[in-house]
Design a protein around this ligand. Structure first.
Ligand SMILES: Cc1cc2nc3c(=O)[nH]c(=O)nc-3n(C[C@H](O)[C@H](O)[C@H](O)COP(=O)(O)OP(=O)(O)OC[C@H]3O[C@@H](n4cnc5c(N)ncnc54)[C@H](O)[C@@H]3O)c2cc1C
Length: 297
């Protein structure tokens, strides 16, 4: 169905200036800088229309020492509903993890990523240059009301679902929504209190796979590294409920987060497909029917 999706209202040549009004750490301080995830809210005067599932471009200040040119933009999933956290249509929120990397050529370790560290360090009152919104494939269809949705996230991949779930429940959603969230520790579960609060809706279920604190109960059927509880193992535990949703021809599944997460999840989907009598690849079928959306980075 054709949907009116705002796209690229602001560009690198003509960015939007937004003011930081909130920068809040979402994870336990004791987990250190590598588990530092921020909820940022940016306010602007011009209209920056967006839908949850789209991404905002952020232009880090300063130049790239390698190219001598301005740093390239980085994308961050919108973490708020389209009205924004403030509800007035003049803010967007992002969920950003501080990124570090190792240079295998020079041997240098723990190099701070340019844009994520810039964003994690911004202060209230700072101005941030934004582009976008971008992306139209990861959004919720307009005819959402009675569809079943399965949302699967690892890490900051939770961002789009925060806005999506808020919009669904604000708009009288009547299908079944299930959220599967994979994190390493119980004290780094992003927006946990918000998702817990949605349990008041009988049509919402919320599953947390805490890899370093829980064991995989089905290591034979769904192998995981060191038998840790990854999100695919949690999905396998509730495979019957997943099959119930996925057999509905208009149900949809979204995967967002770490690149490679799909490799663990697709075999579980294939098992569910077999239980539903699908002869060929269930993943291919879901993709062909535009019912499986993947955003990994
Ligand atoms: C659609 C989309 C949505 C996203 N949403 C989110 C989100 O919601 N939250 C979030 O936290 N992130 C998100 N990301 C990731 C985000 O865009 C950035 O990639 C991330 O923050 C890292 O950027 P950085 O500038 O901090 O790191 P960078 O400095 O860009 O480093 C990133 C990587 O580039 C390589 N690299 C950098 N410099 C060099 C060099 N000199 N030589 C060799 N290799 C180098 C390294 O492999 C390094 O790990 C998303 C990405 C996409 C594509």
């Amino acid at each position: 169905m054709a949907q009116n999706v705002p796209l690229n209202l602001f560009t690198v040549k003509s960015p939007l200036a937004a003011e930081v009004i909130e920068n809040k750490r979402l994870t336990a301080l004791s987990r250190g800088p590598k588990n530092d995830v921020r909820h940022l809210t940016l306010r602007y005067k011009e209209k920056y229309a967006y839908l949850p599932g789209q991404s905002a471009g952020i232009l880090p200040p300063a130049t790239d020492p390698v190219t001598g040119k301005p740093h390239k933009l980085r994308l961050y999933s919108v973490a708020s509903e389209s009205a924004g956290d403030a509800g007035d249509g003049q803010t967007v929120s992002l969920c950003v993890v501080r990124h570090f990397w190792d240079n295998s050529v020079t041997g240098e370790k723990n190099i701070p990523g340019v844009c994520s560290n810039y964003l994690c360090d911004v202060k209230v009152g700072d101005s941030v240059s934004m582009t976008g919104p971008s992306g139209r494939h990861f959004i919720i269809p307009e005819d959402f009301k009675h569809r079943d949705f399965i949302f699967v996230a690892t890490g900051t991949g939770i961002a789009p679902y925060r806005g999506m779930l808020k919009e669904l429940f604000d708009r009288g959603y009547e299908g079944n929504a299930a959220l599967y969230f994979g994190v390493q520790y119980g004290d780094v579960i992003l927006y946990d209190d918000e998702f817990e609060a949605y349990r008041k809706h009988k049509n919402f279920s919320y599953f947390k796979a805490i890899s370093r604190e829980q064991a995989n109960p089905f290591p034979g059927e769904v192998p995981t590294r060191n038998n840790k509880m990854y999100v695919q193992a949690k999905m396998y535990v509730s495979r019957e409920a997943l099959a119930e949703s996925l057999k509905k021809p208009d149900s949809m599944m979204y995967l967002c987060g770490l690149k490679g997460m799909e490799e663990g999840i697709f075999p579980v989907l294939e098992k569910i497909g077999q239980s539903l009598g699908t002869q060929d690849s269930f993943v291919a079928k879901l993709k062909a029917e535009q019912r499986l959306k993947v955003e990994v980075y």
